[in-house]
Design a protein around this ligand. Structure first.
Ligand SMILES: Cc1cc2nc3c(=O)[nH]c(=O)nc-3n(C[C@H](O)[C@H](O)[C@H](O)COP(=O)(O)OP(=O)(O)OC[C@H]3O[C@@H](n4cnc5c(N)ncnc54)[C@H](O)[C@@H]3O)c2cc1C
Length: 378
């Protein structure tokens, strides 16, 4: 189907910036550009009918790091880098909540909780040996006593098969669908054009413009391009160091009398679960099938789904008969380093990708930073 003169002369005329990807980063970038300069013409192009990556598929943990994750980060990249990431996540969460409003996104400050089994004894002991040190390090960034041992919480939440629990007093949870819907409405209210069902397959750069081609053979042109495709970036830019990592999730039907409340991390966050009202959402297990899950195909596998179901019945719903109501998968963008890649890739192309497992926390800031880079060059 060819574009008509009318379509070219309106929707696609004089575009200042095209953003690829309508996830949390792409929408926040577009909103920031318009807030900084309402006169700009901004188009967001999205291949899915809805955002189709991680932002509407995630678990809605408003988190900035469990004890074992921060210990791991510190060991790999040093204390300074670890603290700078934590600070970014914390500032991002505050900015997101302020922009969208806690009640709009169902934000609940229920805390984040990391659970340990008997087999994790050494990891738990290493964690408790470091609690005071980490609380002191985080005090000026987050507040007093971020972490505490709270084994009673295992009983209060009726969890089975865990020996210990370390609580993060400042984490929370939100409704990812409400967050993304609100961002979408904000973008619409600012006259940002969001075009769904357009997959970009080729990008060509001229001296003062970028031309992008879609799978349905349209060609769109803009002065600048911001790439917010996270885990899908390698298919457009193979040289950018982002890898896709699939995460699978399941959610139960409502469970009368469910005691579980809050967000829980297990095994460095490779397994995670939370309540959504009286349902349980459980996801992860990628560490068991690393090779198979290093993909951007949004599919389910029996192996991971069986693992999740076993985990659910063994540790969380062992007192109930819990029916699984839905299953889905989403794609993370990960790399050797945990920092996002926010760069000027070339004269007219910019990237804001590689959000890892903390996109809820850093998405708004990554979008803003990418947009600011682009703005400087307009
Ligand atoms: C199952 C799961 C659970 C998670 N849980 C949490 C959590 O609890 N807390 C947390 O902080 N983070 C979590 N994350 C991570 C978080 O969701 C991501 O870091 C974040 O959503 C990334 O946002 P993004 O905008 O960069 O990417 P995405 O949301 O993936 O958006 C990229 C968009 O680009 C589009 N796109 C890609 N290629 C093209 C193309 N060629 N043409 C057009 N459009 C294209 C995609 O369709 C997609 O909509 C989770 C992720 C998953 C998958």
């Amino acid at each position: 189907m060819q574009l008509s003169f009318w379509e070219k002369d309106t929707f696609f005329n004089n575009t200042d910036a095209i953003i690829i990807g309508s996830g949390i980063v792409g929408l926040n970038a577009a909103i920031h550009l318009k807030e900084q300069n309402p006169g700009l013409k901004i188009i967001v192009v999205e291949r899915g009918s809805l955002p189709c990556g991680a932002s509407t598929k995630n678990a809605g943990f408003a988190c900035f790091g469990s004890m074992t994750e921060l210990l791991d980060d510190c060991e790999q990249n040093g204390a300074e880098a670890m603290l700078s990431l934590v600070e970014k996540r914390w500032r991002g969460l505050l900015a997101l909540r302020e922009k969208l409003g806690d009640s709009t996104i169902d934000y609940q400050a229920l805390g984040g909780q990391e659970v340990f089994t008997e087999a994790d004894k050494a990891t738990f002991e290493n964690s408790i040996n470091n609690i005071d040190k980490y609380n002191a390090l985080l005090k000026d960034i987050i507040g007093k006593q971020v972490f505490e041992i709270d084994d009673r919480s295992l009983k209060n939440n009726e969890l089975n098969g865990f020996e210990h629990l370390i609580r993060n007093n400042y984490e929370g949870q939100l409704h990812s669908g409400k967050m993304m819907e609100k961002l979408f409405r904000l973008a619409q209210s600012l006259d940002i054009t969001v075009l769904n069902g357009l997959e970009i397959i080729r990008i060509e750069e001229g001296s003062n413009h970028v031309k992008i081609s879609t799978q349905n053979a349209w060609t769109l042109k803009a002065k600048k391009l911001l790439v917010c495709t996270n885990g899908f970036t390698p298919s457009l830019f193979p040289s950018i160091e982002v890898k896709p990592a699939r995460n699978q999730v399941l959610i139960t039907a409502p469970i009368p009398g469910l005691k579980l409340k809050g967000s829980f991390h297990y095994n460095k966050g490779y397994v995670y679960f939370r309540n959504i009202g009286d349902r349980v959402l459980l996801g992860g297990g990628r560490h068991l099938y690393m090779q198979e899950e290093s993909t951007d195909k949004m599919e389910l596998t029996d192996e991971i789904q069986n693992f999740l179901e076993d985990f659910l019945h063994k540790h969380i719903t062992y007192r109930h008969s819990a029916a699984i109501e839905m299953r889905w998968s989403g794609i993370l963008g990960i790399g050797e380093e945990k920092n996002p890649i926010i760069t000027q890739y070339s004269d007219n192309i910019f990237t804001a990708v590689r959000l890892g497992g903390m996109g809820v926390a850093i998405g708004i800031l990554v979008g803003k930073e990418g947009a600011d880079l682009l703005l400087k060059s307009l």
